[in-house]
Design a protein around this ligand. Structure first.
Ligand SMILES: NC(=O)N[C@@H](CC(=O)O)C(=O)O
Length: 368
């Protein structure tokens, strides 16, 4: 990858958090700055998006802020969902349903505890060809339950093994619903990538930009690198970079999991909120991470613009059955003179979000 200038189809970002209210008004206009024209919108608002009406009205709030962007909407998996709601959601053009295991991440209080109790919903989703989006982490073991899990011969769960210990749940759902399209979101481990490869073609995975850049050591002590699932080992990071470039038979594609939090929720006396903000430099950060991986010898110099475009755009569009991006506008990236902003502020200056890799050099992106 020796090129100074690359032209690509616009990026499709299959995992974004746009929030609501003032934060949404600030974040949505940054989507195109990151070279993105299609986004898959997460439903973990407060309260979560659990009805067709709520998803439609959320879309009506987002769309005017970025008229050129295609938004794909999701529902939040919770006990109030029924197979009838799934039928209505499919007829209304809602693309998928996101599962948050209860308590593992930002706004997951109303999430799932027992997956089998949702099998009638998965059945309805499979029938309607909707996509199931899994936040793939097992909840951490409370210290008071340690002796019971030790006696049962089970590993205690912490953020370090939470993704690996979720994988049997992925296989269970996939085996029960082999035609249900499932995305294991924001994979952080080689184990997760291997598990997805072992599943049939209905199972795919997203990879974020920030997990291509960092390991767990970078998370310790830096709230702006803290997200769920947390970044893991160097071996895992290298496996993610290779998977992004190699593609895993079309299974691995981009989903930034850009998750803005006000700086006040990231710093201060309370525990930091989980989430890295990458939206405004989404494509640039991926290209930068691949460039760095080439420089370090993790992947060969032969990375082509076509393989970048496959990761950033083509594979995800295909899995989601969207039209190929053949004739529209292009994005151009040049290796010169751009920096990740130090901070994003809203018009009134009362919300500040600190981007991932704030102040660092990055690629310059222009729309053609
Ligand atoms: N990734 C994160 O760390 N946070 C996300 C939720 C999520 O996807 O886990 C958020 O909404 O802030």
């Amino acid at each position: 990858m020796d090129f100074e200038k690359i032209e690509l189809a616009p990026t499709a970002d299959f995992h974004v958090h746009l929030r609501d209210g003032e934060m949404m008004r600030m974040v949505v206009p940054t989507i195109r700055l990151g070279g993105v024209d299609t986004v898959y919108v997460m439903p973990n608002l407060i309260p979560p998006v659990t009805t067709v009406e709520a998803a439609k009205s959320y879309l009506a709030r987002i769309q005017p802020l970025a008229p050129d962007v295609k938004f794909l909407m999701t529902l939040y998996m919770t006990e109030s969902l029924t197979p009838e709601i799934i039928d209505d959601a499919a007829s209304a053009g809602i693309t998928g349903v996101k599962v948050y295991p209860a308590g593992v991440t930002t706004n997951s209080q109303s999430g799932v505890v027992d997956y089998e109790s949702f099998f009638p919903i998965f059945e309805a989703m499979q029938r309607n060809d909707m996509v199931l989006n899994l936040h793939g982490e097992a909840p951490s073991t409370p210290s008071g339950n340690f002796i019971a899990s030790e006696k049962a011969g089970e590993s205690a769960v912490s953020v370090l093994n939470a993704e690996k210990l979720f994988l049997p749940t992925l296989h269970k759902i996939h085996n029960a619903f082999p035609k249900l399209r499932i995305v294991l979101e924001h994979c952080t481990t080689r184990d997760a990538l291997d598990a997805v490869l072992k599943c049939g073609p209905s199972v795919a995975a997203t990879i974020t930009a920030h997990h291509l850049w960092i390991c767990v050591d970078d998370v310790c002590g830096d709230a702006f690198n803290f997200c769920k699932p947390v970044a893991k080992t160097m071996e895992d990071r290298v496996a993610l970079v290779r998977a992004a470039v190699e593609g895993g038979n079309g299974k691995f594609f981009f989903g930034s999991d850009s998750a803005p939090h006000p700086v006040t929720a990231k710093t201060g006396v309370k525990k930091a909120a989980a989430g890295c903000f990458t939206q405004s430099c989404a494509t640039q950060l991926v290209i930068g991470a691949i460039e760095e991986a080439v420089a370090k010898g993790w992947i060969s110099r032969e990375v082509t613009a076509a393989s970048l475009e496959d990761f950033l755009s083509n594979r995800g569009r295909k899995f989601y059955k969207l039209p190929e991006h053949a004739h529209g506008r292009k994005i151009q990236l040049e290796r010169k003179g751009a920096k990740v902003p130090d901070v994003l502020k809203n018009a009134t200056g009362d919300i500040e979000v600190i981007p991932f890799r704030r102040g660092e050099d990055t690629w310059k992106l222009t729309w053609k």
